[in-house]
Design a protein around this ligand. Structure first.
Ligand SMILES: Cc1ncc(COP(=O)(O)O)c(C=O)c1O
Length: 467
């Protein structure tokens, strides 16, 4: 008789202690990530999430300023999102041979919210899939080979999206990627024009504000001029609002800051799922959609098994309604102004903070990457410390000393991103600023942070890793 395979049940998983969770993650999921999080003591499991906060198994609460990399504009477990999902329980969630009333409704809502003639939506399950869909649309529409992207951009980690992502660290190990990509500096119109003028560009893809690049704002007039150039050179303009969308920057979409502006394609994801369901969406005009996929021969040229499933659509419908009903964009704008002003106040006092920038509640605090600080840590542990670890140490200090969850931006580890749920209170913003001030103060200082965050442990791991 064969032995019964021993499998864990959900309730077993939820009752595992921290040590066991770490062991399972290390052995069966991602050993390197487990080590990285353990180094800065960020490997604890959490039992509850509500609004801006999460609670660990001991009942300690943490303020979440990372928000699932910008997926929690509405906070953790918003009751309106949970209710919407509850309403579709019992309906078929996946039935590709039928038309979903929910997908049609969410498509209509998005068309109503988005600027210009953006109307037809392709639903998928993540931001990177939305970008893939946009790149394929540009190819099928223009039959041109080339795509232009911006330095330090981030568009996802699947092959096509990665090809147009502007950080070498993420690209290099996976080449060859899409061959016909050129990278121009973000905000530089003349280099963009030079690329587009070659006449072989299917698309220009750009974030309205670069997120993972370090919360980089475009110079005034940049997107408008890029729009004009794309039209002139018959190139599709793809705006990636995966992270900046749904109120984050003080507008429903960051591009709404520019009156009358509309791209040919927009990519959405993250908070569209209401902080609960995975979702992505690529929206384009009816003209472009029909040119690409109109008619029964072409309507399934691009598709996704889970795209448009009932639970994700219900969450999306509830999310866009919340956005409008609670005017979350306005809340983000007002709270963002308050936060930026307070952070600029502490920046002037401490050398360690090099810059504070952002829009709405999409805020970056750039810490000094001066060699002096890195060298001091390196001298202490006798091992080279890279910028990536510096960002982790600052995030680790916020977490361990102040119960604040934050992280650095993926393409610029000197920048700590602050993107809390848009429902954050002014008291919580004050606490966040006071905590950052403590991290930046010379008394705590970089070496203080390093010591508290277990730099000794970090040193030995770096040595073992041969860095
Ligand atoms: C601007 C932008 N585009 C695309 C993506 C990829 O989204 P996902 O991680 O859901 O694939 C991200 C993720 O951070 C993003 O910030």
């Amino acid at each position: 008789m064969t032995e019964k395979i021993s499998l864990l049940k959900v309730e077993d998983a939820l009752s595992l202690n921290r040590k066991k969770v770490v062991e399972n993650y290390k052995q069966f999921v991602n050993p390197g990530l487990t080590t990285l999080l353990s180094l800065v003591d960020m490997d604890r499991p959490f039992a509850r999430g509500e609004g801006t906060r999460v609670w660990d198994y001991q009942g300690n609460s943490f303020l979440d300023c990372l928000s699932g990399f910008g997926s929690l504009n509405f906070g953790h477990n918003h009751p309106a999102i949970l209710e919407a999902i509850e309403k579709v329980k019992g309906r078929p969630s996946l039935l590709q041979s039928a038309l979903s009333p929910l997908a049609g409704a969410l498509g209509k809502n998005l068309a109503a919210l988005l600027p210009g003639d953006l109307q037809n939506t392709f639903f998928c399950n993540s931001g990177t899939e939305a970008v893939e869909a946009a790149l394929k649309l540009a190819r099928i529409i223009t039959h041109k080979p080339h795509v232009v992207t911006t330095k330090d951009s981030f568009h996802g980690k699947t092959m096509g999206s990665l090809s147009v992502t502007g950080r070498v660290k993420y690209l290099q190990p996976f080449g060859p990627l899409l061959p016909e990509i050129s990278v121009v500096p973000f905000g530089d119109v003349s280099q963009l024009e030079a690329e587009l003028a070659k006449g072989n560009c299917a698309a220009f893809i750009v974030e309205p504000i670069q997120g993972e690049g370090g919360i980089n704002l475009a110079p005034p007039g940049y997107l408008e001029e890029a729009r004009r150039l794309c039209t002139e050179h018959e190139t599709l303009m793809i705006v990636d609002e995966v992270q900046t969308g749904f109120g984050r920057t003080g507008y429903n979409f960051a591009m709404n800051e520019i009156e009358g502006f509309a791209p040919d394609v927009v990519c959405l994801g993250k908070s569209l799922g209401g902080g609960i369901m995975p979702i992505g969406a690529m929206v384009t005009t009816a003209y472009l959609w029909n040119k690409a996929y109109g008619g029964i021969e072409k309507c399934l040229l691009h598709s996704s098994t889970f795209g448009g499933n009932a639970w994700a659509m219900a969450a999306g419908i509830a999310a866009v309604n919340l956005l409008v009903d609670e005017d979350l964009a306005k809340q983000a704008r007002e709270k963002g102004d308050y936060l930026l002003q307070a952070l600029r106040g502490i920046k002037d006092k401490y050398d360690l903070i090099e810059d504070v920038r952002g829009r709405g509640l999409f805020v970056g605090v750039e810490f000094s990457s001066s060699k002096g600080i890195l060298n001091r840590i390196t001298d202490t542990i006798g091992t080279k410390v890279t910028h990536d670890y510096l960002g982790s140490l600052i995030a680790g200090d916020l977490y361990n000393q102040h119960n604040i969850i934050a992280a650095y931006t993926l393409n610029n580890p000197n920048v700590i991103r602050l993107e809390p749920p848009l429902t954050i209170s002014y008291e919580e913003l004050d606490y966040l600023v006071a905590s950052l001030e403590k991290v930046a103060s010379p008394k705590a200082g970089m070496l203080g942070i390093a010591a508290k965050a277990g730099i000794g442990k970090l040193g030995s791991v770096l040595k073992k890793a041969g860095r």
